[in-house]
Design a binder for this molecule. Structure first.
Ligand SMILES: C[S@@+](CC[C@H](N)C(=O)[O-])C[C@H]1O[C@@H](n2cnc3c(N)ncnc32)[C@H](O)[C@@H]1O
Length: 306
């Protein structure tokens, strides 16, 4: 708790949690299916806060923001009755069922099926017709190729092109089964190179769809250069009179914004304070909406944006 009025609006913890739950309802309403929620809280109430969030969102991480410096260095250690809370917690969450929603939103699952059935249809049919015409069993196919791939090559589920070696084995099996019949009624007479050409072309269409799907999924991109575990170490912003007391460090905000959004996407900070999130959003080409209750703070913040 800070000494500011906004941080002392609640008579007790229960009232605070009831208020927070109302806020979460609104976050739930405005968060996109592919959106991410980062909620900062002190370590003391982090358990209660996480439980509240869990009721409405899928919690992905309870991030510990460890501050390498702070007022705790000046604390009178012998007077401490418990360990000094030198961390803030960041609860990172998404909508329940977000992944499924992304699949449904662009019709990904349906399109995938269509793709298998429509786009790959000529290839699937080529293999299927040959097999039906010659009445070759799955067991014979698997034995001839020393594999369990029959269902991949001869049906639309997880369709795959056989390897060169397997294709030759299949050709041999099919031509052994009724020579003339094989040639005229569906033997595997086409060469694999010809099929491969077609397959690669179709694969591109499939990859395009995959790209669309990746675009609709919740962005999440980390590298070994940034914190990719749930422990983050960022020095807090140094406070001085006139400065917002809770300003978040710019590099921490950059990390959040870059990890969980793409250029041009929209970020909301419903407790804007100093406007630090907004400033980093503008720098990183994200759109920004900020909400601030205190008029004086808001006016100060707006100046900082210009
Ligand atoms: C923890 S600070 C935000 C710090 C901010 N993210 C930054 O980096 O500067 C919380 C801010 O939310 C504002 N606030 C508190 N309750 C609010 C409410 N119900 N609606 C809008 N703003 C509120 C406070 O005035 C305060 O500036």
């Amino acid at each position: 708790m800070k000494s500011n009025t906004w941080d002392n609006q609640w008579p007790d913890v229960e009232t605070f949690l009831a208020w927070l739950d109302e806020v979460l309802v609104e976050f739930w309403r405005v968060l996109k299916p592919s959106g991410s929620l980062y909620l900062f809280c002190g370590s003391k109430l982090s358990a209660e806060t996480e439980i509240l969030i869990k009721n409405r969102f899928k919690v992905l991480n309870h991030i510990v923001w460890a501050k390498p410096s702070g007022a705790w260095k000046r604390s009178h250690k012998p007077s401490l009755r418990s360990f000094f809370p030198a961390t803030e917690r960041i609860i990172f969450a998404e909508h329940y069922g977000a992944e499924g929603f992304a699949k449904g939103a662009n019709g990904y699952a349906t399109k995938c099926n269509q793709l298998k059935q429509e786009v790959f249809k000529p290839l699937i049919n080529y293999f299927k017709n040959a097999r039906t015409a010659l009445n070759i069993s799955a067991k014979e196919i698997n034995e001839a190729t020393s594999s369990q791939m029959c269902s991949h090559w001869f049906s639309s589920s997880q369709w795959k092109l056989p390897t060169e070696k397997q294709y030759k084995q299949l050709q041999k099996l099919f031509s052994l089964r009724g020579d003339e019949l094989s040639r005229t009624h569906g033997g595997l007479v086409k060469e694999r190179a010809e099929l491969l050409n077609k397959y690669e072309h179709l694969l591109l269409e499939y990859q395009d769809l995959k790209k669309q799907y990746d675009y609709l999924r919740r962005p999440f991109g980390v590298t070994s250069e940034v914190p990719y575990t749930d422990v983050w170490v960022y020095p807090p912003v140094q406070y001085y009179p006139g400065k917002h007391p809770c300003e978040k460090p710019a590099d921490l905000l950059d990390h959040v914004i870059l990890t969980s959004s793409k250029e041009g996407q929209l970020v909301l900070d419903a407790f804007m304070g100093s406007g630090s999130t907004g400033k980093q959003c503008l720098k990183l080409n994200r759109k920004f909406i900020g909400v601030e209750m205190e008029e004086a703070t808001f006016k100060n913040t707006i100046v900082g944006f210009n």
